[in-house]
Design a protein around this ligand. Structure first.
Ligand SMILES: Nc1ncnc2c1ncn2[C@@H]1O[C@H](COP(=O)(O)OP(=O)(O)O)[C@@H](O)[C@H]1O
Ligand SMILES: [Mg+2]
Length: 378
């Protein structure tokens, strides 16, 4: 069976990865010069894909660089954080599992390393961080990356995804202070910390009174431009002996606000419906298919919102600029302007909207489409 030329729901790699030339260059430069970097963008805009690509770029250039990545999505406390970090560092800097074991014994013997075999018969190493002991000596764990890198005479890039999770740890501020004070002394290690919850990430990194202020370069990752999507989609069609005009490909990307994940998904649905040559009708039908497919999910989303929050979203969809003006408050029955402040905050926390330079945007372009065309149209 021929596979489809678009990917979504996993990382964009190889020829599926498009553009981002400047971001790639900047990130690779930061890695090579060991400049700590923070990357912020909403979910599914391409952070993981970008980091992976930049890591590949530099590993190809410099063999003495080792890289490791962890994801804090399901990590709820300091002990789990250390377990992941330590395992990733040891694995990244040693070859075979016998070596991991030796390294683990050398560097963190008291953590009782265990090697197990996963379902694919690949070895996994895990550590049992005995919290009462580790809590007394966190320095050892926090400086592990630097110690190992120095010992092995290499440079180490440590990537941590969904970093904002640490904001929810117990005693988070003290923990952040500890991280910062150790990490800033590392000479052989570069930290790349990224996350999807923009407001939480900015709170951690852009608040002058907090430990991670000025930790490194902050990249606010944008979407991929409409023009780049146009060429990308057209090329992918052409490669599989189907065709789509650049103008139509741009129209396709535009329908989903150039949102990376959705552009790929819509392109895939469109490609599947195209026998030889694509046209706008096919694209519209694919968009309808996508909206229908997600409709059920969107109904659930809506049920978790209050009437007022929904009326606020209606105002955003209607293109209302002054969302807390007396006129808007009464036309959309939003209560007081203090209510609007609260609504904005809640919707931001729920990742329904994003606010940049005071402008409110509904994050999910298909949800937005569905609200306008179906939900509010009834
Ligand atoms: N540079 C890119 N080129 C093409 N598609 C991309 C690119 N970056 C992201 N995507 C698309 O977006 C989806 C989500 O990307 P991902 O890197 O997982 O985002 P994030 O880590 O920000 O949640 C990918 O599965 C892919 O479909
Ligand atoms: Mg990701």
């Amino acid at each position: 069976m021929q596979s489809t030329p678009f990917v979504f729901g996993r990382m964009a790699e190889g020829e599926n990865f498009t553009d981002r030339k400047q971001e790639r260059e900047r990130l690779s430069q930061n890695f090579l010069s060991l400049t700590n970097t923070t990357i912020i963008s909403p979910r599914r805009w391409g952070k993981s894909s970008l980091v992976k690509r930049a890591l590949e770029d530099i590993v190809a250039k410099d063999r003495n660089i080792k890289t490791c990545s962890i994801d804090l999505f399901n990590v709820r406390n300091e002990a789990e954080f250390y377990e992941q970090l330590v395992a990733a560092i040891i694995k990244a800097t040693s070859g075979k599992w016998e070596e991991w074991f030796a390294a683990a014994k050398e560097f963190v013997a008291h953590l009782r390393p265990q090697v197990s075999f996963g379902s694919d018969m690949r070895e996994e190493i895990s550590f049992d961080v005995q919290w009462d002991k580790a809590a007394k000596k966190p320095d050892e764990l926090l400086d592990l990356a630097e110690r190992v890198a120095r010992e092995k005479d290499c440079q180490l890039i440590v990537c941590i995804d969904e970093f904002q999770s640490i904001g929810g740890f117990r005693d988070s501020l003290a923990f952040q202070r500890k991280l910062r004070s150790h990490w800033q002394n590392h000479q052989h290690v570069c930290y790349c910390l990224y996350g999807s919850k923009r407001h939480m990430m900015l709170e951690i990194f852009a608040n002058p009174s907090l430990p991670f202020y000025r930790f490194g370069d902050i990249m606010l990752l944008g979407k991929i431009s409409n023009a780049d999507w146009g060429t990308f989609i057209a090329e992918r069609f052409a490669k599989t002996d189907k065709s789509i005009a650049i103008r139509q490909a741009e129209y396709l990307a535009d329908l989903v606000d150039n949102h990376p994940y959705y552009v790929q998904q819509l392109a895939q649905l469109t490609w599947l419906r195209t026998t030889v040559e694509c046209n706008n009708m096919i694209i519209d039908a694919a968009m309808q298919g996508l909206t229908d497919q997600l409709g059920l999910l969107f109904f659930n989303n809506v049920e978790s919102l209050t009437e007022r929050q929904l009326r606020f979203l209606k105002a955003v969809l209607d293109g209302v600029e002054h969302l807390s003006s007396a006129e808007t408050l009464s036309a959309y029955k939003l209560g007081t302007s203090a209510n609007v402040v609260r609504i904005k905050k809640t919707l931001q926390e729920k990742e329904v909207i994003d606010i940049t330079d005071g402008k409110v945007e509904i994050l999910d372009p298909v949800f937005k489409h569905w609200l306008a065309r179906e939900y509010f149209a009834q």
